[in-house]
Design a protein around this ligand. Structure first.
Ligand SMILES: Cc1cc2nc3c(=O)[nH]c(=O)nc-3n(C[C@H](O)[C@H](O)[C@H](O)COP(=O)(O)OP(=O)(O)OC[C@H]3O[C@@H](n4cnc5c(N)ncnc54)[C@H](O)[C@@H]3O)c2cc1C
Length: 399
């Protein structure tokens, strides 16, 4: 059967774009399918590349992947810089601060976990931290510094990856890499067998794309694609986040030089300073199902951020956004091939469920998918296989 592309990537969020670009750089022809590129969780994300400060109890399995991806970032963005395309990457450090005594204790516990995993966290005196960041408020109980956690502006990176893909597109013109349509279903070599090889994607507009590999990287939308392999369960759930973008008036600049992550009466809040002088203030985690910006969420963010940095009250509200993170039961991604009848479904890769870490994990996802496409999957990442919540598939593959 004739192919339209070597690889069809469904979803042009940060993960799909990263996978598409890495595949294109490896010499594969690529088509990305998305009615509205960059409009999902990627549009909201703060872009903290924070494997250490994001380390949580019971998510320790993720640490190897988050650290590997953070380490890949410089080489992942280097070709963008070489082509004169902005990536939005900033090697700013991270300060972790607590408000009251209970926050200090909670952060001390977390520091033990970070140290247990060999991660450097440097405790700072309050005078020292205020010398570093004079806008921090007087009510802090503790502070520490994590040098290796950085940031990227996901909107700039997504735009940069789109520009890079347009630059690498051949044959069909600069927009040939992108189909602004919705993927509706997987096409199979045997249309009556959803576990047979995947040969392409049927689109809502009525056309189809034929490809040697189909990568489902459409976040929460992955579970709704027709023709998924029989028995595959994708337990994705939306975890909404409210996030603010604030403009800093000239006399207050720079408000901060490092990302500040705080715990205020047990609630996490962060401020990420961007290169253009703005600050990103986030983020809530809601499972109430509402996709709209929550008034209570905005109130909570502004209230808690002012404890850390009182001058937040003097900033201009540029934007309030809410988007859904694609959550999974173990907070880890669904990444890799799918088992069927003791082997894997040829032509299909899943890359979804990146929850709070999709921006950080994009380079690792791209690398893992490239290796899978080349037939060189790394068993070290098998624990993130997308069929791990599908007992019938796992049982069959063990038989
Ligand atoms: C408030 C907030 C703050 C965050 N902060 C951070 C952070 O600091 N660091 C970090 O690493 N992560 C952060 N995240 C998480 C991160 O945003 C996500 O993990 C990441 O964006 C997931 O990327 P994705 O490409 O998988 O999904 P998305 O960005 O959601 O993209 C999915 C794309 O698929 C498209 N799509 C859906 N269905 C279809 C279909 N049927 N056909 C074609 N296209 C389709 C959509 O249009 C969309 O463009 C944050 C998230 C939120 C909400």
């Amino acid at each position: 059967m004739a192919r339209d592309a070597d690889v069809a990537v469904v979803g042009a969020g940060i993960v799909g774009l990263a996978i598409a670009w890495e595949a294109a750089r490896a010499g594969r022809s690529v088509v990305v399918i998305d009615p509205e590129p960059g409009s999902g969780a990627t549009f909201a994300a703060a872009g903290m590349l924070a494997p250490v400060s994001e380390l949580h109890y019971q998510e320790e399995d993720l640490l190897g992947l988050t650290l590997a991806s953070a380490a890949l970032y410089p080489e992942f963005i280097a070709p963008l810089a070489a082509a004169g395309v902005a990536s939005g990457f900033r090697p700013t450090g991270t300060l972790v601060v607590g408000a009251d005594a209970a926050d200090r204790q909670a952060l001390a516990d977390l520091r033990q976990l970070q140290l247990r995993h060999g991660r450097g966290v440097e405790p700072l005196g309050l005078r020292q931290v205020r010398g570093q960041e004079p806008m921090l408020g007087p009510q802090l109980s503790c502070a520490s510094s994590i040098e290796q956690d950085h940031q990227v502006d996901p909107r700039i990176l997504a735009a940069g990856l789109q520009a890079a893909l347009a630059g690498s597109a051949t044959g069909k013109g600069r927009d040939g890499w992108l189909l602004r349509d919705r993927a509706a279903r997987l096409l199979h070599a045997d249309p009556s067998d959803a576990s047979s090889a995947v040969t392409g994607v049927g689109l809502a507009g009525g056309t189809a794309v034929r490809a040697g590999e189909v990568v489902l990287a459409n976040g929460l939308g992955a579970a709704g694609i027709g023709g998924l392999p029989e028995g595959l369960r994708l337990p994705l759930r939306p975890v909404h986040g409210d996030i603010l973008r604030l403009r800093v008036p000239a006399p207050l600049r720079p408000l901060l030089t490092a990302t500040v992550r705080g715990l205020v009466r047990g609630l996490p809040v962060y401020l990420v300073p961007r290169e253009d002088g703005t600050v990103v203030l986030g983020a809530t985690q809601r499972e109430d199902g509402s996709a709209e910006v929550s008034a209570g969420g905005v109130y909570q963010l502004l209230r808690d951020a002012q404890v850390l940095v009182p001058a937040v009250a003097e900033l201009e509200l540029g934007e309030a956004t809410a988007r859904a993170r694609p959550g999974t039961p173990d907070n880890a991604p669904l990444l890799g091939r799918v088992a069927a009848g003791g082997t894997c479904v040829p032509g299909l890769i899943l890359a979804t469920g990146f929850f709070r870490h999709g921006v950080l994990l994009a380079p690792a996802a791209a690398r893992i998918c490239r290796l899978l496409m080349g037939g060189r999957g790394d068993p070290g990442w098998d624990r993130f296989r997308p069929d791990r919540f599908s007992p019938s598939l796992i049982e069959k593959s063990l038989m």
